[in-house]
Write a protein that binds this ligand. Structure first.
Ligand code: PMP
Ligand code: GLU
Length: 378
């Protein structure tokens, strides 16, 4: 009875592992959950207060599909100031989470048989979104630091778009100007679109985030996606957005108008406070993430597991091929060490030898997890 197209779509491994770790903990086991990519910080109170005030004002009704004008104006200002992207608020849509932004953009861009290039191990929901649209993923190779290698070789006559996710989930790689210029040149030469998922933009360590949509030649070729989940610790609020050329945004809005209608009204007012209110919580969060990253990378090296130092996001993605590969290692971590992590195979064929460990957990828990993994390997 189920559609053939759906039959090929796997469950989201990240969501599955998160649910499993929660269930085991609820059953009284002490599982350290390094599986899910969710900041372990609370949403700043000024943002919560803005939502409460909005509710009390009665902002509980339908609004236009693309979002309240005040939030779209705040996002346009943010994109200009932070990212160097000049876009009219009319070409911005607010959506229930960046995941929906990616899904809608891909449905708007791809036809049956079109190809989307993913650069090395990539977040779990990209390929299913491409497959939902009837498109196909072509995996581009990466080097030891998870930076693209010979990207142009992945382009075929069917390629329609390249997906860029910097900082990357799961690798933590940050693409600098040189790489983004190479992607720009390929997009121009081959008449391609770029979907740029910048949800981890503020979580970078000692380097700057650069938006490919800020290159003037890319203005008509880039859809930029971002959201509030990671930088403002707002995962459960479901608030994200996308900005892109008029022709594409028109169809994105049509998809939204027939599916979710719009993101929750009072949550959008909280989004304005997130963007316009104090930003110091981000600084504190990033400083803490950096200490955890260093602790985890050096702790893993001490037990014989090496990985490149990630430049951003809050994941390490070590190669554990010498320890039986990602699937087996993640399984052993859970059953023998009671540490949940995500097998690298969830992020595509380039990740089968790896495991993704999230450091969105306290330093004490990370230390404890390292001790348990060390014991497991003895
Ligand atoms: N993109 C990436 C790379 C992510 O890791 C996530 C996290 N879930 C998302 C998009 C979606 O974020 P959300 O839907 O919570 O805004
Ligand atoms: N993006 C996070 C992760 O990769 C949250 C779960 C999800 O949405 O996939 O773990």
């Amino acid at each position: 009875m189920v559609s053939e197209r759906l039959a090929s779509i796997p469950e989201s491994t990240t969501m599955k592992i998160s649910a499993m770790a929660k269930k085991l903990n609820a059953a009284g086991l002490d599982v350290i959950d390094l599986g899910v990519g969710e900041p372990d910080f609370d949403t700043p109170t000024n943002i919560c207060d803005a939502a409460i005030n909005s509710l009390q004002r009665g902002d509980t009704h339908y609004i236009p599909t693309s979002g309240i004008p005040e939030l779209r104006a705040a996002i346009a200002e943010k994109l200009y100031n932070d990212n160097g992207i000049e876009v009219s608020p009319d070409l911005i849509s607010v959506v229930p989470g960046a995941k929906m932004a990616i899904f809608a953009a891909i449905q708007a861009l791809l036809d049956e048989g079109d190809e989307c290039v993913l650069i090395g191990p990539s977040w779990v929901s990209y390929e299913p979104s491409v497959n939902f649209a009837g498109g196909r993923v072509r995996w581009a190779e990466v080097d030891e630091e998870f930076k693209p290698r010979d990207l142009v070789e992945s382009i075929t006559s069917k390629t329609k778009m390249i997906l860029v996710n910097s900082p990357s989930n799961p690798t933590g790689a940050v693409f600098g100007r040189e790489i983004l210029e190479e992607i720009r040149d390929i997009a121009l030469d081959h008449d391609l679109m770029v979907l740029s998922d910048e949800i981890y933009e503020k979580i970078v360590y000692g380097q700057d985030h650069l938006s490919i949509g800020s290159f003037p030649e890319m203005a008509e070729r880039t859809v930029t996606v971002n959201g509030f989940s990671k930088c403002y610790a707002m995962t459960g609020w479901r608030l994200g957005y996308l900005a892109g050329p008029q022709e594409i945004m028109k169809w994105v809005n049509r998809i939204l108008s027939h599916s979710v209608s719009h993101a929750t009204t009072f949550v959008q007012w909280a989004g304005i406070e997130a963007l316009k209110g104090p930003q110091d919580s981000i600084k504190a969060m990033v400083a803490e993430f950096r200490e955890r990253r260093d602790l985890l990378v050096s702790g893993l090296a001490e037990i014989g597991i090496d990985c490149p130092l990630p430049g951003g996001a809050f994941y390490v993605f070590p190669d554990v091929s010498d320890f039986g590969g990602g699937d087996g290692f993640a399984e052993r971590m859970l059953s023998e060490a009671m540490v949940a992590a995500t097998p690298g195979s969830a992020f595509g064929p380039g990740g089968v030898g790896n495991v993704r460990i999230s450091y969105a957990a306290s330093k004490e828990r990370l230390q404890e997890a390292l001790g348990r993994i060390a014991k497991m390997l003895e």
